[in-house]
Ligand binder design. Structure first.
Ligand code: ZN
Length: 388
């Protein structure tokens, strides 16, 4: 056999190769005894890469496994996420980063801003009482973050967790200088995040529902009612819906899922008030858009008596957890839930196109074309320019 000139065949960097070896080893392991070996080595390697800012090596390993071995992909993604959102302090305490997402929509802008001290104290009380197990130590960040303002990438998240974790022993608040945060895009519906760090005591309950008299449902209801009311003064002019707080990556994923039907509901409510029509007088057109890497559904909205597309919503696919065959039915169910009965599913697939001038996605029309959504001119004033 002819030997490769460089010894390795894949062209991947050595630290990526190492991650692949460990993730594949763990995915194929047949016993807990073997698992422990792989897990320990994988965790150590991931932590080294996170601490040295090797985002590219990490992503290269994930990209490779996504097409090569889905089980090993899951194993690696798990290891990376848990190392980024959980950290060990020098005194031996373990700290986990949590997120509490808030879905919101508004005809005006959705604030991403400092949470006043008194409100933060109240949020802390509600999180302690309804979400966390008794006595769990907690610290909060004093900012309502937009998606653009969250730590970008695994290495940044790990750094953020480590900084946040240091405040736990003294019960301090994480002060964020909002002037240094990236600007927030203005959208009709969007998500805001409350971030917290909690101390984990191995073997003891962390969340309220791990206690014998607590349930997830009760926790979700209480958090939604109490924290929702507490935040309301900060989110004037917005309709909101609280998503259950959870470990950072799990909560972000849950929020990505929840924001898809939420943006349909928001769009229906927005169109119905702006155009002064009932939801039953709207027509929604669903189609699949794709290029060689990405697939997403887009929904065009028109009024029943005029076919021009006045608004649109993107329904992204969220990776392996989405069963592609079920998605059109889920979109239709969300539309019906918001009161739209007139729905068209187009069979044709469209290229993933955007407007050359403003970058807005093009949406499907009932005539089977991809078009720019335009509100009637007399209604378009006072409305956020970019909608999603
Ligand atoms: Zn445009």
């Amino acid at each position: 056999m002819k030997r490769s000139r460089f010894g390795r065949h894949s062209g991947l960097p050595q630290d990526t190769e190492n991650l692949l070896w460990l993730a594949n080893g763990l995915a194929d392991s047949g016993s807990r005894a073997e698992d422990a070996f792989w897990e320990q080595k994988l965790r150590a390697e991931v932590e080294t890469l996170l601490n040295s800012g090797s985002e590219e090596s990490i992503n290269a390993a994930l990209d490779h496994l996504f097409t090569a071995n889905m089980r090993a992909y899951g194993v690696l993604a798990d290891a990376i996420e848990s190392s980024a959102e959980q950290t060990l302090l020098p005194d031996g305490r373990e700290v986990l980063l949590l997120a509490a997402p808030v879905q919101a929509w508004s005809r005006f802008s959705i604030p991403a801003t400092t949470i006043p001290a008194k409100m933060l104290t109240n949020l802390r009380v509600h999180m302690q009482a309804h979400v966390l197990a008794e006595g769990v130590k907690l610290t909060l960040a004093d900012t309502l973050f937009s998606p653009d303002q969250l730590p970008q990438g695994y290495c940044e998240t790990a750094k953020f967790t480590q900084k946040f974790a240091q405040l736990i022993p003294d019960n301090q608040v994480l002060h964020i200088n909002t002037a240094l945060l990236p600007e927030t895009g203005r959208f009709l519906s969007d998500v805001r995040y409350i971030l917290a760090a909690v101390e984990v005591t191995p073997g003891s309950p962390l969340f309220r529902w791990q206690e014998e008299d607590g349930t997830r449902e009760e926790a979700a209801n209480q958090w939604s009612a109490q924290a929702g009311a507490c935040l309301a003064p900060l989110l004037t002019g917005c309709a909101t819906q609280m998503v259950m707080p959870d470990a950072y990556f799990a909560a972000c994923r849950q929020s990505d899922r929840a924001s898809r039907p939420y943006s349909i509901q928001a769009s229906t409510a927005f169109l119905s008030t702006t155009l002064e029509v009932a939801p039953s007088d709207l027509h929604a057109i669903i189609a699949l858009f794709h290029d060689h890497q990405l697939e997403e559904y887009r929904v065009g909205f028109a009024t029943k008596d005029n076919g021009s597309i006045v608004h649109g919503v993107v329904w992204p696919l969220l990776g392996p957890e989405d069963d592609a065959a079920e998605v059109p039915g889920q979109i239709e169910a969300a539309l019906k839930e918001s009161g739209i009965q007139h729905i068209t599913q187009l069979d044709s697939r469209f290229p993933l196109e955007y407007c050359d001038d403003c970058g807005a996605p093009l949406y499907p029309s009932a005539e089977g074309e991809a078009v720019h959504a335009e509100l009637p001119e007399d209604k378009a004033e006072q409305v956020p320019k970019h909608l999603h």
